[in-house]
Design a protein around this ligand. Sequence first.
Ligand code: ADP
Ligand code: MG
Length: 309
Amino acid sequence: MKKTLLIALGGNALIRKGQAGSVAEQFENLKMPVRQIARLSERYKIIITHGNGPQVGNLLLQQECCDAVPKLPLEILVAQTQGQIGYMIESTLDSTFMELGINGEKYFISLITYVVVDENDPAFKTPLKPIGPVYTEEQAKTVPYPTRKTVKGYRRVVVSPDPVTVVEKREIRRLIDMDFIVICCGGGGIPVIREGRGFHGVDAVIDKDLVSAKLAEEVAADIFIIATDVPGAVLNYGKPGEKILRSATPDQAAGYLKEGHFPPGTMKPKVEAAMRFVRTCGKRAVISSIGDIEKAVEGERGTEIMCKG
Ligand code: ADP
Ligand code: MG
């Protein structure tokens, strides 16, 4: 019986820092993580989740540039990025399996995923997460949503509530049981609020690391890998005495978090996601570089969060 591996790909798996983010660049960048995932799929059931920061930012900018057609709400843009990134990952998987000569039946599928959030989540009181284009102070006054001054300039801000549950968890479980590689929860998932027996979308962005931890719990994943552009969680990052944290228990990680080693918006949600998964499931989570996914699975690289014993 294959174990289940959930791999969360950071935005940099598609667009590296400093790149314009053309489609050709995104396809090229995907080759390295996807090659490793293709090899791992021989031994593990695989779920891939991914970020969408740069892609959804570009779609937002396209909204701002055109008045000829109706503007689309954020939830629709998140759905679009799940489609575009899912397609890029799938087609890269397809060509990689051929290149590696991995025979046998390989199935993969991208799933549009909604994620329930709680309308009473205190996060709804204060939109803090900056997204999309940078505006001047004048422009910021004319756009129809809340903005905030950031280091880059004025930007739209949205709320970032906690993920409560992934609506398609049962479908995802069935698909991995049939050995499908499932690409899902892109961009944190489409945030929805329950309304009776239905749902409606909200203007919010769910953190992709936290939703990945929730999904890993809900599908009973065995190993949770968070792949990003640094070798792991670093103590004293960018300061004297900087050192990669190779392993920690959830309690030790919580201590480092409290001491301020991991800033909000980047490393904090990854450490938090790893801690939540390990605390609820008693299994192993690793934060590693996208180049080291296979080694991270073996426990040879990255920051490993697990209970000792
Ligand atoms: P992703 O797109 O993978 O979610 P993020 O940019 O959100 O990536 O987070 C990774 C970034 O976190 C790194 O590029 C690094 O600059 C930053 N970072 C901040 N603090 C730390 C830390 N203590 N250890 C490692 N990286 C850190
Ligand atoms: Mg991030």
